[in-house]
Structures are given as structure tokens and as C-alpha cells.
Design a protein around this ligand. Structure first.
Ligand code: SF4
Ligand code: SF4
Length: 136
């Protein structure tokens, strides 16, 4: 099997405190069944109420709809209100397959995320685990 570039040249990453750029960027945050169950339980809401209050659905996929000027509803001044139970998509950023495809993809992502290329080296097993957690 071919070795990934980030196994040969490990990358650095450390999330910058009080940045929250990735929680305000317009887009979608997908939530699978486990994500929904964990977040609803964390907020002590029924899954039905959690979905109707916070999520949208398309093609059987539930997601948080983040729009321009309207950040994720769980973002507070202190950070993510569901940090301990946040979706896999959030937990695994920036180690998404699309960002790790080539060094150029990684550098492009670094143009958005100020935590990239800073902090400690990220072992390949950390990135592989992120790929396992978030498969989109
Ligand atoms: S954009 Fe990067 S540094 Fe900023 S909050 Fe997101 S992961 Fe952390
Ligand atoms: S769930 Fe939390 S980490 Fe994910 S986008 Fe919303 S505020 Fe950010």
C-alpha cells in the first residue's frame, strides 16, 4: 500500500485559542446517529427536539447549517457549548481526507486555519484515527 505523504513528512497542528474560525465559516456540519445521540444527551434534550431545534435534513443526512453572518448555534464566547460531545466532523478538523490529500491541499487549508504548521508534530496514527471517525 502506498505511504501517505504525511507519514513521510509529519505535519504540525495546534488549535489557536479563541480562534473559532471553523465554527463561523459558512457550510454544513454533518451529524451521524452517534453525533446526534451524544449531543442531545449532553444537552439533556430528546433527539427529536434536538433535531427540530438545531438541525436540517437532506438525503437522510442531518446537519447544522452554518450561514454567512450566522455561526454555528453552539458557538459561545467561551467556545463550543457541546465541546465534550461535538460532532466527529468538528473533532477531526483539520484532518479531513480532502485537506490531507496532498501537501498543496494541506497548505491551502493552512491559509484558512492559523493552527496549521504550528505546535506539535501529529503522528500518522492521529490522522488515521481522524479518517476513521469522519468518513465524508
Ligand atoms: S480554524 Fe483552526 S485554529 Fe481556528 S479554531 Fe478552527 S481548528 Fe482551531
Ligand atoms: S458544534 Fe461546536 S465545534 Fe462544531 S462548529 Fe459548532 S461550535 Fe464549532
Amino acid at each position: 500500500m502506498e505511504t501517505n505523504w504525511w507519514e513521510k513528512e509529519p505535519v504540525r497542528f495546534e488549535c489557536e485559542p479563541d480562534c473559532f474560525k471553523c465554527c463561523t465559516k459558512p457550510g454544513v456540519v454533518y451529524m451521524d446517529r452517534k453525533d446526534v445521540r451524544d449531543a442531545a444527551e449532553y444537552l439533556q434534550l430528546s433527539q427529536k427536539l434536538f433535531k427540530s431545534e438545531f438541525l436540517k435534513k437532506e438525503h437522510d443526512m442531518w446537519y447544522i447549517d452554518v450561514q454567512e453572518g450566522n455561526p454555528c448555534p453552539f458557538l459561545t464566547f467561551e467556545g463550543c457549548a457541546i465541546h465534550e460531545a461535538k460532532p466527529a466532523q468538528c473533532r477531526t478538523y483539520p484532518f479531513w481526507r480532502e485537506n490531507m490529500e496532498t501537501p498543496q491541499h494541506w497548505e491551502l487549508t493552512a491559509g484558512f486555519c492559523p493552527g496549521i504548521n504550528k505546535g506539535s508534530l501529529q503522528l500518522p496514527k492521529v490522522i488515521k484515527k481522524a479518517f476513521d471517525l469522519f468518513k465524508f
